[in-house]
Structure formats: C-alpha cells, structure tokens
Design a protein around this ligand. Structure first.
Ligand SMILES: [Fe+2]
Length: 390
C-alpha cells in the first residue's frame, strides 16, 4: 500500500450536543419515571419512561408531559404533581441524561449494527477515567501499576454501569442477563512510531473472525443471525479522532457474518512479528469508516462488525475503556471473579450507588443458574493444574 492510500477512511463525526435530557435520581441511584400505566415510581433502568426535559418552571416528563415543579432552593424534595394530589419523592438529585431517547438509540442500533451515545458520560466520570489512564487532563501523571485500574477509583465501574447503554444492549441482545466477558480494561494508544505492531481487521468476542486463524476462522463456527452473541462497548475517554487513533470500522459488516477480507489485513496476520514491515498497514482506505466522537461518548457495535484499532498520529496519548458484553449463556473470555472480589473490597466500591453496585455485580459475576439455585463461577487453580493440553 502506498503512502497516498493510507488514512482515507470515511468519517462519521459527532459534535458535542447542546441539549441533553435530564434524569431524576434517588439516593440508591434509581431513576424517577412514569410507567406506561401512569404510575410514578423509581426504576432501576433507563428507558424512555425515566427521561425528563427542563422547562421554564421545572421539568417535564418526556413521554406523558407530566410537569415537575422545581423548588427555588434546589431539588430536595421534588414536588411531582399527580392527577389528584402532590407527591413528594424524598431526596433526589438531577443528573445529565442522554442526548437522544433510549428508544431512538435502540432503533438506530438495530438498523445499523452500531450506535454512538454522544457525550453520555458526565464530566466527573470522564475526568475520573482520564486520571486512571493518565491522559488528557492528567497526561503528566505516572500510570499507577501497583493496583488494577478498576480498583483505583469508582469511575471505571460507574462508566461500565452507564444505564442507557445497558438498557440498549439488553434490548439489542434480547436478554436481561448480560455479562462482561472480561474485566473492563483501558486501551491507551501512544503516538505511532512507524514501526510498532498494529492490529489487523477482526470481529470481536466471542466471534473472533479474522483473529484465530484456524480452519473455522473464528470461535463461532456459523452465523448466529438474530441471536446476538456479543456487543462491544467502547467508552471514549479521550476525544476520538481520526488523527488520534479512533477505531476503524466497516460499519454494517455485521450482517455478512464472515471474517474481514484477507486483503484488508486480518488480525491473525498482524499477530505475527514483522507483519507491519512485510505487509505495511492494514487497509485504511475509503471503504472503511471512522467514528469521531467527544470524550465521554459510548460507541456500541455488534461484535461481528469488522474493525481494527486506529493509528495515533497526534502528539498525545488517546485512551478508551473497552468492554466485551456477552449474554450469560456464552463463556467469558477472562476470569472476572478475582478482579470483582478485589474491587468489591476496595474503597472505590463504596463510592458506587446501590444500583451501580448491583449492576456491576451482575455484569462481572458469571453464574450457573438451575432449579437448585444460583452459583458464582470462578477459576479452580488446583483443577486447572491437572488439565492436559496438547
Ligand atoms: Fe476488537
């Protein structure tokens, strides 16, 4: 590939939105909403029914148009007009919600196989992630290698339990029971030096088409159709830009249910030492796509989508937090039980709301459930030592 053919991917650009919906959150972290039967209550998930709009006098429920009058001294307690009386909710706080309705994100995701929840994380979470990654506002800081990033602050878990993306993923995967296939990790890209290893084109876990290089060319041997075995959830910690190494995709390729073309440079090729010198960079022409989005955005894509890591050509590091989401019936990729136990005993865990604690446990602890009950799965080192491998 000549120099001129490189970095010509098509761009989809998301600018930081000017308006967001509002969430009304109680101390446990649940969301005030009005369900389809008209009942007001707190809900442990973020669908359209918990979305509010700010108005001149307070807040308006987006679906039912019910108004909330905000007290001048703040929002504790909120007064919620009901058909016949006033209803007080107790201490609550207002939080910045998503730019679009959850149902709109879901519709886009179902139609296209990807969706960008633009700037959905609040700035305190983004700043907390930058601090752990030592990028952006903290790029002069030294990366802490003494403990796992997850246990260093509550913000990786807070980002992992962002409620709108969880709701969208559960609908897209058609199951409530979703799990993390591995502990959330940080992907920090330094400026490219022209020689380092790069990632080739592939599908994500559990498909891994284009990576494993065996005869079936992946871990899932056949197309899975409407049964979604994996959704990748990339949290942009830094701004994602083409120059800064945003992920490259072939958007919409999930429907093909195959490995990326050999000619694009598959992951299996670029695992081999010297591949970059021998083959040049993997395909980065106009058939590929790059999503540019502000830090704090979450990009969801069907794990079958062909993609590869970007090449950072700017003078600063770029961070993302990566999570592979699977349904409970798929085997995890890494052991999440030990990292979860460490995190659950850390100070960072105490700073989560009750709902965040519950959701993070659901995501991280893989279980076997049957009529006898539910048991957590973990690694048995003694048994592992007896396994015979070829
Ligand atoms: Fe990937």
């Amino acid at each position: 590939m000549t120099e001129k053919q490189e970095f010509l991917e098509s761009l989809t650009v998301f600018q930081r939105p000017k308006h967001f919906f509002t969430l009304i959150v109680n101390q446990a972290g649940s969301y005030l909403g009005i369900d389809p039967s008209g009942d007001l209550g707190f809900f442990p998930y973020a669908d359209d029914n918990v979305m509010w709009k700010t108005t001149a006098s307070g807040l308006e429920h987006v679906v039912t148009k019910t108004e909330v009058v905000q007290k001048p001294d703040g929002i504790q307690p909120l007064e919620i007009p009901q058909p016949n009386n006033q209803f007080k909710t107790g201490p609550c706080r207002l939080a910045t919600g998503p730019e679009c309705l959850p149902s709109e994100y879901l519709e886009f995701f179902r139609k296209n196989g990807w969706v960008c929840l633009n700037s959905i994380l609040t700035d305190d979470i983004v700043e907390g992630l930058e601090k752990v990654a030592c990028t952006d506002r903290f790029d002069k800081h030294k990366f802490n290698t003494s403990t796992a990033p997850l246990s260093q602050s509550p913000y990786m878990a807070k980002a992992a339990t962002e409620p709108v993306s969880l709701w969208v993923i559960r609908q897209y995967m058609q199951t409530e029971e979703i799990r993390l296939a591995h502990t959330p990790s940080l992907a920090i890209l330094d400026r490219d030096d022209g020689r380092r290893n790069v990632q080739g084109w592939h599908s994500d876990y559990p498909y891994l088409w284009g990576i494993t290089g065996n005869s079936k060319d992946g871990w899932v041997p056949t197309a899975s159709g409407s049964t979604v075995l994996g959704v990748q959830r990339n949290v942009c910690v830094s701004d994602f830009t083409k120059l800064g190494g945003a992920t490259a995709f072939k958007l919409g390729s999930h429907v093909q249910e195959t490995a990326p073309p050999e000619s694009w440079g598959r992951g299996s090729r670029y695992f081999k030492p010297g591949a970059r010198k021998q083959h040049g960079l993997p395909y980065s022409g106009p058939e590929a796509d790059i999503i540019e989005a502000p830090g704090g955005s979450i990009i969801l894509y069907d794990a079958r989508t062909w993609h590869r890591a970007g090449i950072n050509r700017q003078g600063k590091k770029r961070a993302a937090m990566l999570q592979a989401i699977i349904p409970m019936y798929v085997m995890p990729y890494g052991d999440t039980s030990v990292p979860y136990k460490k995190f659950a005993n850390s100070k960072a865990h105490e700073e989560l709301t009750e709902l965040e604690k519950y959701e993070f446990q659901k995501l991280m602890v893989h279980t076997i459930s049957n009529p006898a009950g539910t048991s957590a799965i973990t690694i048995d080192s003694e048994l592992t030592a007896t396994i015979k491998t070829k």
